[in-house]
Design a protein around this ligand. Structure first.
Ligand code: SF4
Length: 120
């Protein structure tokens, strides 16, 4: 039976998980709470991540501004998401939580600005 090792990233404890795939699902050991097995199964079947990055902004006090997805998106779509965000240029002023992209790549998840920025 093949075993995989993962580090749980759900909380700062970072438990070292050992995951064995069995007929009925996954057998997870090394977790200190119930969230570990949930994370392990998701990570091995459909891994997702929150994307945080910056986009260009003109007429603001800085020339880039941080943005974040409001939820997790598929890990495999992070590169496509970055290509889209690299083409975005906002214009100040912007408000924190202002939507930059609705329904990113059909994920149902919006990208929002994570801070406000005044115009110069
Ligand atoms: S298994 Fe539980 S305690 Fe361990 S890192 Fe994951 S969430 Fe934290």
């Amino acid at each position: 039976m093949e075993k995989k090792e993962l580090i749980c990233i759900v909380c700062p404890k970072g438990c070292h998980l050992e995951v064995a795939q069995e007929n009925e699902g996954f057998n997870v050991t090394g977790n200190q709470c119930k969230r570990g097995p949930v994370y392990a199964q998701k990570e091995l079947t459909e891994p997702t991540r929150v994307l945080t990055t910056t986009v260009k902004i003109k007429n603001g006090i800085l020339n880039r501004i941080p943005v974040v997805t409001e939820g997790e998106i598929l890990k495999e779509s992070l590169e496509d998401a970055m290509q889209i965000l690299n083409k975005i240029e906002l214009e100040a002023p912007v408000k924190s939580n202002q939507v930059v992209i609705k329904d990113l790549l059909g994920s149902g998840v919006n990208v929002v600005v994570s801070r406000s920025m005044d115009a110069i």
